[in-house]
Design a binder for this molecule. Structure first.
Ligand code: DOR
Ligand code: ZN
Length: 351
């Protein structure tokens, strides 16, 4: 059988992305804008993006950092805190550039200390979001210290997410970066209006990657990589025809020295090769034919956005990402640094 040599897709969107700020933003934004028409931008800056005013200013900084000719639309989010008011939520709906609010359980991950300590605290905000048709993006990990790090997602489903979905029956919810078989099953069986994003690293790697011949900080992200059976469940879900699973890279750049240290940051940078990495995963499952739906259709449909015009192309060519990219005054180690990737992003086609 002839091997597919090129792959043409409707221009995709990234429904979960960390862009950072300042010179870090300028360093990473071109990678995403090259491949994606739009991205849902996470609000976990320091200080967090908790108001419409802060989100508007951040959006302007993103647009200003775009390389000349690139068209890219940042879809902004608000960082929910115990103090987020219904009035701020309504303002978010009215501003036209905010698509949702991110729920970080306090202490769950990078810059989540201002996050939510109990769902009850944000009930008024969630009621308002439901009325305003804003999407709730959930970092789904239980943070109690007695919960094993590998069980945090499954326990969050039982203790929090299952209750939340029922208590707010019309709230649109994206269970972000799902990593377990339990999360896949939850999303498959949940009421209408519940979906999930899946990252390239969770499709391509299991937790052995973190411990391959030594400790590998560049495979450390949150939620942490899980078992092979979980990876298989994610791959099956992503490559199925279920519209609830779609692309969100969770590309999360950190300076090299903040990962290669005694207490390293969580996050993997994938924006330089996002589509290529997904293509490898889909090919592994024998379902390259489903990549377009996953990358370019289902997310937009769920968010009620038009699908993009224009196309992008991947070609089957081996290439090797560099050992690091410049990241402001620092360096950044990308996913698969110094290793071969078998698909390469070619170009943006005109609409
Ligand atoms: O690995 C992660 N990195 N997980 C998150 O939830 C946050 C992200 C970051 O901002 O670095
Ligand atoms: Zn994230």
């Amino acid at each position: 059988m002839n091997e597919l040599k090129t792959l043409t897709l409707r221009r995709p969107d990234d429904f979960h992305l960390h862009l950072r700020d300042g010179e870090y933003l300028a360093a990473v934004l071109p990678f995403t804008a090259r491949q994606f028409a739009r991205a849902v931008v996470m609000p976990n800056l320091k200080p967090p993006v908790t108001t419409v005013e802060l989100a508007g200013a951040y959006r302007q900084r993103i647009l200003a950092a775009l390389p000349g000719a690139q068209h890219f639309e940042p879809l902004m989010t608000l960082y929910l805190t115990n103090n987020t008011t219904p009035a701020e939520v309504r303002k978010a709906r009215d501003c036209g550039f905010i698509v949702g609010c991110k729920l970080y359980p306090a202490g769950a991950t990078t810059h989540s200390d201002a996050g939510v300590t109990a769902i009850e605290k944000i009930s008024p905000a969630l009621e308002a979001m439901q009325e305003c048709d804003l999407v709730l993006q959930v970092h789904g990990e239980a943070t109690q210290s007695d919960v094993d790090v590998f069980d945090r997602e499954a326990i969050f489903i039982d203790r929090t997410l299952s209750i939340l979905t029922e208590r707010f029956p019309a709230l649109k919810i994206v269970f972000e970066h799902v990593t377990t078989r339990q999360a896949v099953e939850f999303v498959q069986q949940a009421r209408a209006g519940v979906a999930a994003t899946i990252t390239p690293q969770h499709l391509l790697h299991n937790r052995n990657a973190i411990f391959q011949n030594g400790i590998r900080p560049h495979y450390y992200c949150l939620p942490v990589l899980k078992r092979e059976a979980d990876r298989q469940a994610l791959l099956t879900a992503a490559t199925s025809d279920n519209p609830r699973f779609f692309l969100g890279t969770d590309s999360a750049p950190h300076a090299q020295h903040t990962k290669e240290t005694e207490c390293g940051c969580a996050g993997m940078f994938s924006a330089h090769a996002a589509l290529e990495l997904y293509a490898e995963a889909f090919e592994q499952a024998g379902r390259l034919d489903r990549l377009e739906a996953f990358a370019s259709e289902r997310g937009a449909d769920f968010y009620g956005l038009p699908r993009n015009a224009g196309h992008v192309e991947l070609e089957r060519v081996n290439w090797v990402p560099p050992k690091h990219y410049q990241f402001g005054k620092d360096q950044l180690v990308p996913m698969r640094a110094g290793e071969t990737i078998s698909w390469r992003f070619r170009s943006e086609q005109p609409a």
